[in-house]
Design a protein around this ligand. Structure first.
Ligand SMILES: Cc1cc2nc3c(=O)[nH]c(=O)nc-3n(C[C@H](O)[C@H](O)[C@H](O)COP(=O)(O)O)c2cc1C
Length: 271
């Protein structure tokens, strides 16, 4: 699929990515530092835009013809329908840059008050991954042994999951996503973050889409409770683990549950 939005508008706002050719538009969300008036608060006191006045910049991405929109949407719909959660990964290496680019895509997600309340930890140390697996499997064992309750276990039955989580050590890459429940300054000051669950959920959705469209498979794993991850990965107290996402290619003998998705007619209501 070729996305052929052309840059327009004043230079410095929308510009052509170096080496990407004239067809790729990149939106740089903020003007150059030098063009900004003086900050009203310390830039370190919040997210980079906290307390700054509204400073509009033109946003005029090139429109594409409706026929091309229709073709892109139809193709995307088909490709996204092919995404499946994978729990068994091939040992084949995956270029780390693909994962880094997918994380960069996720980090373009919209967020409440543009607070970008996410951290993506790419866990590379095999010993750390081994410890994460041991801790997660210990929690999962308790869960599957009854902590989840009959209703939850019944809901999980069609998925064929259990407490054994080989992907935590065996998938070529492992991303742990944290949500920043509040902003924590270097001096210990705190400020509220808004719509953290929604923002991080959207970012993870974009991460999964980027990984899938880049030809990779992933799993959203939520070993419950996930408190051990903050300590294991040395994250600050304002961060809470949101999901563990192993990434790679499906194993040669990978199988997935025979799930049926709701149809568009079942999920779309038109008033
Ligand atoms: C928030 C969330 C939490 C999930 N937690 C787990 C999990 O802990 N373990 C697991 O094997 N799958 C987990 N999944 C994956 C779902 O089981 C999977 O997305 C669902 O069965 C649909 O399958 P599909 O992704 O192939 O369409 C989770 C998915 C989401 C969105």
């Amino acid at each position: 699929m070729v996305f052929s939005g052309r840059p327009s508008g004043p230079p410095g706002r929308l510009f052509t990515a170096a080496g990407a050719g004239p067809q790729k538009a990149v939106f740089r969300g903020r003007p150059e530092r030098a063009t900004l008036p003086a900050m009203t608060t310390s830039p370190k006191s919040w997210s980079p835009v906290h307390g700054e006045p509204y400073r509009p910049v033109p946003y005029r991405p090139a429109r594409i013809p409706a026929a091309e929109s229709l073709a892109r949407a139809a193709e995307l719909r088909e490709r996204m329908a092919e995404r499946r959660t994978v729990r068994r990964f091939a040992p084949d290496p995956v270029p780390e840059q693909v994962v880094r680019d997918a994380i960069a895509c996720a980090a373009t997600a919209p967020s409440g008050a543009h607070q970008q309340p996410w951290t993506f930890v790419l866990v590379k140390d095999p010993e750390v991954r081994q410890r994460i697996r041991a801790a997660a499997e210990a929690e999962e064992r308790l869960s599957y042994d009854g902590r989840l309750g009959e209703e939850w276990l019944t809901a999980l039955r069609p998925l064929g999951t259990d407490e054994v989580k080989p992907h935590l050590t065996d998938a070529p890459h492992l991303i742990v996503v944290f949500q920043q429940r509040y902003w924590l300054g270097p001096d210990g000051a705190r400020r509220k973050h808004y719509y953290v669950d929604e923002s991080v959920g959207i970012a993870v959705g974009m991460l999964l889409s980027a990984l899938h469209l880049s030809g990779l498979a992933a799993l959203v794993h939520t070993p419950s409770p996930m408190g051990f991850l903050r300590e294991e990965l040395g994250r600050p107290v304002n961060e809470k683990a949101f999901a563990v996402i192993p990434v790679g290619y499906p194993a040669a003998d990978c199988e997935v549950p025979d799930l049926v998705r709701k149809t568009l007619a079942q999920v779309l209501v038109e008033h």
